[in-house]
Design a protein around this ligand. Structure first.
Ligand SMILES: Nc1ncnc2c1ncn2[C@@H]1O[C@H](COP(=O)(O)OP(=O)(O)O)[C@@H](O)[C@H]1O
Ligand SMILES: [Mg+2]
Length: 319
């Protein structure tokens, strides 16, 4: 156990990280007495920048743009929020959840995910052992509290929530609600983002049903999806939110559903990737890469089973 309390990453990981020092590199860094002015100047410029970036680079996710922009504006425009901003990203693999979260963080913090005020947790790395859950609970609570004491505008990202042991995440409930202070710290300017595949199946089913009812993807509303997502994550022991007070007490401000991507979206991902790699955009290659990905359902083959996740690695096979 480290003597530095919440400032010692090995403490939070219950010693598991200390045994594998290379993993320390992936731990959120904490600078003692770090000044808060390294945050990006918050303001309309950040919101416009993100809006433009999402409009240009994110494909097929109208609800994501709408929800993330609402959340960001609220976060930027209110100097005295009544509670921290809590967003939860849901959708199946490769639909852009990690991509959008890092984009959002980039507009809020200099150095983006590398900022000392951005804390990125992944259960496999940081909470790997089920038997250490009580230790993780205590450490996670102290980690959040310690970091919010240093910088109230900190961000906490919980990726791969579906791999989180049920019960662990509820320890952060006191930080998410509308109380004035917890443990002597004002925590209402923080931002919490949860990311999970849980609810993805429900989103895919609703999107498919609406497609069959000849409803355009752009017409899908949050109300079509939100109840199904909340129910799914609350009732699924593998969601990380199983029977969680975070759902029950309605502590999530913005549920952000990521829809399954269609063939033409995958083609756009291929084009972006080719441009990024400095390769020539040949229509034949774009078509071939997009065709090589599996689509579901079996019959109509409408949606990519892996979103755009494998696009980058596939390109070399076709060049
Ligand atoms: N909707 C999207 N628009 C544009 N690119 C996307 C989209 N979804 C995924 N991608 C591309 O695929 C990669 C993998 O997506 P990622 O965000 O990691 O998926 P996940 O939802 O599983 O976190 C991203 O880095 C990005 O290049
Ligand atoms: Mg991801």
């Amino acid at each position: 156990m480290g003597t530095g309390g919440h400032r010692d990453p090995a403490h939070v990981a219950g010693g598991a990280i200390r045994d594998r020092p290379h993993l320390l590199a992936s731990w959120p860094r904490l600078l003692p007495m770090a000044p808060a002015f390294r945050l990006r100047p918050h303001g309309p410029a950040s919101a416009r920048g993100l809006e433009f970036d999402l409009a240009t680079n994110l494909v097929g996710q109208p609800l994501v743009r709408q929800q993330v922009m609402k959340g960001l504006r609220e976060f930027l425009e209110n100097p005295n929020p009544v509670k921290p901003l809590v967003m939860s990203f849901h959708g199946s693999t490769g639909t852009g959840k990690t991509y959008v979260s890092s984009m959002l963080i980039r507009y809020l913090f200099q150095k983006g995910l590398q900022s000392p005020y951005v804390h990125h947790f992944s259960p496999i790395v940081h909470f790997p052992h089920a038997e250490l859950i009580e230790q993780y609970k205590e450490s996670l609570k102290r980690w959040i509290q310690g970091n919010l004491t240093i910088c109230g505008r900190s961000a906490f990202l919980f990726d791969e929530m579906d791999k989180m042991h049920p019960g662990l995440i509820d320890v952060i409930i006191p930080f998410l609600g509308p109380s004035w202070v917890v443990y002597g710290t004002n925590y209402r300017k923080a931002i919490f983002i949860f990311i999970s595949n849980a609810g993805g199946e429900q989103i895919n089913n609703v999107t498919l049903a609406l497609w069959r009812a000849r409803k355009d993807r752009e017409e899908i509303s949050l109300q079509d999806l939100e109840p199904a997502i909340s129910k799914a994550v609350f009732e699924n022991p593998q969601s990380g939110f199983w029977k969680s007070g975070i759902i029950n007490e309605h502590l999530i401000d913005f549920v952000v559903p990521f829809l399954p991507l269609k063939h033409h979206h995958v083609k756009q991902c291929v084009i972006s990737e080719l441009v990024q790699q400095g390769l020539e955009v040949r229509p034949g290659v774009v078509q071939e890469v997009a065709d090589s990905i599996p689509y579901f359902p079996e019959e109509e083959k409408l949606f990519s089973s892996t979103g755009c996740k494998t696009v980058a690695s596939r390109i070399s096979f076709f060049f």
